[in-house]
Write a protein that binds this ligand. Structure first.
Ligand SMILES: Cc1cc2nc3c(=O)[nH]c(=O)nc-3n(C[C@H](O)[C@H](O)[C@H](O)COP(=O)(O)O)c2cc1C
Length: 169
């Protein structure tokens, strides 16, 4: 899919068919995440691919807005590594870029996905750190739920001219 078309038609998809995601497609999504820009090109990220149904269901118990995982084919947990970041706090900014890259790639590949927020909510970070037994320098940032779409969504017009400023506020 052409890049601007993908950008302007991406929506959060929370209903999925039972079709699974191939290993090749999953690798493409992970590669898309790793091609994101990051401060001083530090690439301070890791990814946990969650394919186990049991694990997906466990997540629905620790996250109130992740019920779509009951249907999802898989999910990618995006993690920030504070030992690799450029300066304090940058891991989260860099992980945001990686997360959006994964969502756009998924859409371009005919998959549907949704960004499930974890950082900066401390109680969610703690729950994910415990469930996935993360070391203390690894921060859970967001989860992307994935599957082939079983819903379609309207394309919205989100361009708001009043939010654009030229040369000064
Ligand atoms: C930081 C962040 C956290 C989000 N957390 C959740 C979430 O926990 N559960 C969910 O269903 N959607 C979540 N979303 C998706 C938003 O609800 C969605 O992007 C927004 O409503 C705009 O809709 P769109 O993605 O279809 O353009 C999150 C999005 C962002 C950027």
């Amino acid at each position: 899919m052409e890049v601007l078309k993908a950008l302007f038609t991406r929506r959060s998809i929370r209903r999925y068919t039972t079709e699974t995601i191939t290993k090749d497609s999953m690798e493409t999504l992970l590669k898309a995440g790793m091609y994101a820009p990051s401060a001083v090109n530090c690439q301070p990220w890791h990814f946990i691919v969650v394919e186990s149904r049991e694990r997906l269901l466990e997540i629905t118990k620790i996250h109130p807005y992740a019920q779509m995982l009951k249907q999802a084919a898989a999910a990618i947990l995006i993690l920030g590594d504070e030992n690799l970041e450029h300066a304090p706090g940058y891991w989260a900014v860099d992980c945001g870029a990686a997360t959006e890259n994964i969502l756009l790639a998924a859409h371009g590949m005919g998959l549907g996905g949704v960004w499930i927020g974890i950082h900066p909510r401390q109680e969610r970070k703690k729950a994910f750190s415990e469930l996935f037994q993360l070391p203390s320098h690894i921060h859970p940032f967001a989860l992307v739920s994935l599957g082939y779409p079983a819903e379609t969504k309207e394309v919205e017009n989100r361009f708001v001219r009043d939010k654009v400023h030229y040369n000064q506020w």
